[in-house]
Every structure is written in C-alpha cells, then in structure tokens.
Write a protein that binds this ligand. Structure first.
Ligand code: FES
Length: 141
C-alpha cells in the first residue's frame, strides 16, 4: 500500500535523506583553482570550489543556502565529479544527479539543475582561467 505522498512522487529517497543529513564535500576551499556561484530560479544559491590536475577533477566542494534536496544534490554532484576528466564532469547532468539520488520529487527537480549548473560553471571558469590566468587576480576565492 502506498501513501498519497508516495503516489504523487513527493517523497525523498533514502539517498537524498542520507546526503542531506550527512553531506559530502560541504566546505569552501582556500586554494581552489576555480570558483562558481549560481542563483537558482527559486532564489537559492549554490557555490562550488574546484581543484583540477592533469585534466581531471582533483577536488570539488560546495556550499548552499538551499533546502535539504539542494544539499543532497550538491553532495552527489561533487561526489560524482571527483576523479573524472573535466569533459566527463561537464557531462554530469541534473538527470544523472537525480537518478543517482534515487529520484527527486517534482517540486525539487530544479535542485539537481542548480547543482549541475554550478559544477559546469566552475569547470568552465577553470578552463577560462587556464587560457587567461591574469584574470585570476580579479576572482573571488
Ligand atoms: Fe531551491 Fe532546492 S528548493 S534549489
């Protein structure tokens, strides 16, 4: 027997609850190679700090003022990105993040989009700084 909440898809998976209550990589990074901040359509903010070596994500961390689902998405996105090539990490979509978390309620699907977009922005920022390193002096750390 399913509850009305389960039938409507508005229930959090065990993985979402786990990542929301015990988020991985939830911290800033003093010596990051790149930084990104994105404001989601709901008004929540996510930040990510990225360190890369030899074309791979060496470390990536996040912070958000968003809901538990957003925390879970930032946690999962950073876990998925670690060790990947920059190209592989760029391909981590909202759908992949949500799927790895066992799904998200419809009204929280955008939380995975915020995490995916912040990750992409941090990687692109890293790539741009490789081409134009003098811009680093103007970037927030
Ligand atoms: Fe806004 Fe989750 S409710 S990102």
């Amino acid at each position: 027997m399913t509850t009305k909440q389960e039938e409507s898809g508005n229930v959090f998976s065990a993985a979402v609850i786990d990542h929301a209550s015990n988020p991985r990589n939830a911290r800033s990074m003093d010596d990051a190679d790149a930084y990104a901040s994105v404001l989601g359509p709901c008004g929540d903010n996510m930040e990510m700090w990225l360190k890369a070596r030899d074309g791979r994500v060496k470390d990536v961390t996040f912070w958000t003022d968003g809901c538990g689902a957003t925390i879970a998405c930032g946690s999962m996105a950073t876990e998925l990105a670690k060790g990947k090539t920059l190209g592989e990490a760029l391909a981590i979509s909202a759908e992949v993040i949500a799927m790895k978390l066992g799904g998200l309620p419809d009204d929280h699907a955008h939380c995975a989009g915020l995490a995916s977009l912040t990750l992409k922005k941090a990687i692109i920022e890293y790539m741009n700084l490789q081409k134009e390193p003098w811009k680093r002096a103007y970037k927030r750390q």
